[in-house]
Design a protein around this ligand. Structure first.
Ligand SMILES: C[S@@+](CC[C@H](N)C(=O)[O-])C[C@H]1O[C@@H](n2cnc3c(N)ncnc32)[C@H](O)[C@@H]1O
Length: 346
């Protein structure tokens, strides 16, 4: 396949706003850089001093490391870098006042609230891309389901041919859980002419995916896909998932808190046949939880809008191992900060 233009610069600029809000929140509302008077702190010590729960701490601290204002000792303890010291009162030429010119910005104030509350104060309207028992989901309302699904269509059209090229070529079955537009399934079926697939998502989302399938068939002329794909509406958190040889979780784990990711990994392991593989397409934090910046900015955006964040490959591997799956060494970059990783059922 010919390499195509990577659109990552656009998504970097888009998400930088969330990182900026974290910086102002850290300097002017949470006083992160005043916490080190007795020396470096472990991640959990800093988290406790800032009174943050797990998710906001895993959004804020890696972000500040990626901005190079926090750094790590050889033992992995955190402290302000030379640059970061200019965000503490210790240094007269500090930029606290300058950064603080933005401290009343509504986006910053709301970010502070969300950090301290692990999400918005009012979650009664649900979260984009999330359907669970806590609140009505926009993914179950025809208008918002269409809006959010079509919002991902351009990205899916761009990334899905690259992902499909790297997924295993088999004659078996692909289960695309929370598959959204369906483009990842369509592209994979197009490359695996004897294979079948299930696109699993909420009913209103699948209505949109069915229309997009017609567009894909018109574009490729591959009529066989219509007979090889099943659209299955359901709740991946509670419904039985079909047995499969390959399971794709694309932009899925990052919408959910850690405990739900662990439960989903268990459910996915159950639906895999022996020898079957779980493939994840996502953006990953460094295992050292200190960047890269595009991933921490994306994590901040997801923290703002969903129940999740960006996770490291190591965090994914630990869920897979807990679910009895064997992580594979596969690390394939795709585009737009995304990559693939995989695990196998013995
Ligand atoms: C961020 S989108 C990812 C879509 C697609 N995999 C992609 O990469 O473009 C997350 C998807 O999860 C679906 N979803 C959320 N909660 C779900 C649930 N409980 N059961 C099934 N699907 C769910 C949403 O409807 C949405 O299509």
């Amino acid at each position: 396949m010919q390499p195509t233009l990577d659109l990552a610069p656009i998504t970097r600029h888009l998400r930088a706003m969330y990182g900026s809000r974290l910086l102002v929140a850290a300097v002017n509302h949470l006083s992160v850089f005043e916490q080190f008077e007795h020396g470096p702190l472990s991640f959990t010590e800093l988290q406790a001093r800032l009174q943050l729960s797990e998710r906001p701490a895993h959004v804020l601290i890696p972000s500040l490391c990626a901005m190079e204002v926090l750094t790590q000792t050889a033992e992995g303890k955190l402290y302000p870098s030379e640059l970061g010291q200019y965000l503490s009162r210790k240094i007269p030429q500090n930029l606290i006042g300058y950064v603080g010119l933005e401290k009343e910005d509504p986006g910053v104030l709301e970010m502070v609230t969300r950090l301290q509350n692990d999400g918005p104060l009012d979650a009664s309207e649900g979260f984009s891309y999330v359907m669970d028992a806590d609140a009505p989901s926009p993914m179950d309302e025809p208008e918002t389901a269409r809006l959010f699904t079509l919002g991902l269509a351009g990205r899916a059209r761009k990334l899905s041919p690259i992902v499909a090229e790297h997924l295993p070529r088999i004659e078996g079955h692909l289960l695309d859980v929370a598959g959204g537009t369906g483009f990842y399934t369509f592209e994979w079926l197009h490359r695996n002419p004897s294979a079948t697939a299930t696109l699993f998502d909420r009913p209103q989302v699948l209505e949109v995916a069915k229309e997009l399938l017609e567009e894909f068939i018109a574009h490729t002329g591959d009529q066989t896909i219509r007979t090889r794909i099943q659209f299955q509406a359901g709740d991946m958190l509670t419904d039985a998932l079909p047995q499969t040889d390959l399971l794709l979780a694309a932009s899925l784990f990052h919408d959910w808190p850690t405990e739900t990711c662990q439960e989903l990994a268990q459910r996915f392991a159950t639906s895999l046949r022996p020898g079957g593989e779980l493939w994840v397409h996502d953006t990953f934090l460094n295992d050292t939880l200190d960047g890269p910046k595009p991933a921490t900015d994306y994590g901040a955006a997801l923290f703002w809008g969903t129940k999740g964040r960006i996770y490291s490959r190591q965090e994914h591997r630990s869920w897979f191992e807990q679910a009895g799956l064997q992580p594979l060494p596969t690390e394939i970059p795709t585009q737009m900060e995304y990559g693939l990783m995989a695990a196998r059922k013995a």
